[in-house]
Write a protein that binds this ligand. Structure first.
Ligand SMILES: *Cc1c(COP(=O)(O)O)cnc(C)c1O
Length: 418
């Protein structure tokens, strides 16, 4: 006569070893399953934990810089062993981690110097802390923005120790508004790019060139990191949808002291933030104690260096974002037809990532009837698609051509047919 006894946690964990997780994580799944009174759920729990790990997915959403999918796609970045991150190979002495990616980005963007930090928010925080703590910073009320994920200019300004002096109104700010604020003896004027929204209609703002004439340092939070409005890395020059997007080189040439931007938006690199501009200003930021807390590691600097070298070689094709963004609709339609599943359709891709609001890039892909998004996400590797009007849409502009076969196989195994 045997009595049903709950299995031991350890035995249960061993019985699901084929899920492939390290033993302590299998133990967690086993323990949770037993605690829930359903030992048989241990495998499903372990599988769910395995699926939650960071992994490669295929982005078929048509959103080039999809924040939930890590923004700019990265090329294969060869895993590095030891590096000369802070070693001067000539002297054998300690070098600077500013000597590679930062210097190259400065060169590519027409800046005297540049400093890399962990993200765009950190770049703004550091610039304000280093250049304006304890003093006033003038910002237009039309630029007191929130960028996705709770980055709010007034809050960051407060954290930096600077004092916010708001000028103008939500829709109109004039030079005279800034002039009046000079009575506060501001450390700098901050101009913020309204990356993720538009103000249209009865509006007015002051260009960087005019602000510079007021005689105070002008710091511009560009956000998206377009290095040069002329896009010399693209054989065909700047695409039409980029019109009006402010760029690093032109903003600095106009006289801005410092610009800040993200590494993983239009720059097309890894998550990072960059401060670029006048050497004294960049130096002041690099010397500030926060710089150490915000500094990136070798993996990020290595990936950013690859992007910077591609810009300097004028090889936009070596940067996945630009390669994907500039494919012709014809190329995409041919790839869609070659999938052999679904109906070939014209679509509208978007830059995404909180850049270029309202901008659409003509695109193409396939459509199948019904919502198959969950089945596609469950595929290995997961395929992330869009659903509209009860059709599943796979936009090929954001899919690496090497993954077209994955999209086709995922659609077939999801039972999707045109
Ligand atoms: C995106 C953005 C930020 C924040 O950059 P993260 O890299 O997301 O931290 C700050 N300012 C502007 C104008 C932006 O567009």
């Amino acid at each position: 006569m045997t009595e049903e006894r709950p299995p031991s946690v350890d035995a249960l964990a061993r019985s699901i070893a084929d899920v492939g997780l390290p033993h302590p994580l299998l133990v967690d799944a086993a323990r949770a399953a037993i605690a829930a009174g359903v030992p048989g759920s241990a495998r499903a729990r372990a599988q769910a934990a395995a699926r939650a790990l960071l992994r490669r997915v295929v982005n078929a959403t048509g959103v080039l810089l999809h924040t939930n999918l890590g923004r700019a796609p990265l090329g294969a970045t060869g895993a590095l062993g030891a590096t000369n991150l802070e070693l001067d190979l000539d002297t054998g002495r300690r070098g600077s981690r500013r000597a590679h990616a930062g210097r190259l980005l400065a060169r590519a963007g027409g800046a005297e110097d540049a400093l890399v930090v962990n993200n765009g928010a950190a770049a703004v925080l550091l610039a304000l802390a280093a250049l304006a703590a304890g003093r006033s910073v003038v910002v237009s009320r039309g630029e007191l923005v929130e960028i996705g994920g709770g980055f709010r200019i007034p809050d960051v300004l407060a954290q930096s120790g600077a004092r916010l002096v708001e000028v103008g109104t939500t829709n109109r700010t004039r030079l005279a508004d800034y002039e009046r604020a000079l009575a506060h003896d501001p450390a700098l004027i901050l101009k913020v790019h309204r990356s993720n929204y538009r103000i249209t209609g009865f509006t007015e703002e002051v260009e960087v060139a005019e602000l510079v004439r007021l005689g105070r340092p002008v710091v511009v939070d560009l956000g998206s990191g377009l290095l040069d409005a002329a896009c010399p890395w693209l054989a065909g020059g700047p695409p039409a949808w980029l019109a009006g997007e402010p760029a690093v080189r032109q903003t600095l040439a106009t006289g801005a002291t410092l610009v800040t931007f993200s590494g993983d938006k239009l720059l097309g690199g890894p998550q990072a933030g960059v401060l670029a501009g006048a050497r004294v200003a960049v130096e002041a930021c690099a010397r500030h104690p926060l710089a150490r807390a915000l500094r990136p590691g070798g993996l990020v600097l290595g990936a950013l260096q690859e992007a910077a070298l591609a810009y300097l070689r004028r090889q936009g094709d070596a940067i996945p974002f630009w390669r994907m963004a500039t494919l012709t609709v014809e190329q995409l339609r041919d790839r869609a037809a070659a999938l052999g599943v679904g109906e070939v359709v014209e679509l509208a891709a978007v830059p995404g990532g909180g850049t270029l609001p309202g901008v659409e890039i003509p695109s193409a892909g396939v459509a199948v009837p019904g919502d198959h998004s969950a089945a596609l996400r469950a595929h290995e590797p997961p395929v992330i698609a869009r659903v509209a009007e009860n059709r599943t849409l796979c936009d090929l502009r954001t899919v690496d051509p090497a993954d077209d076969g994955v999209v086709a196989a995922a659609l077939r195994s999801a039972g999707a047919t045109a």
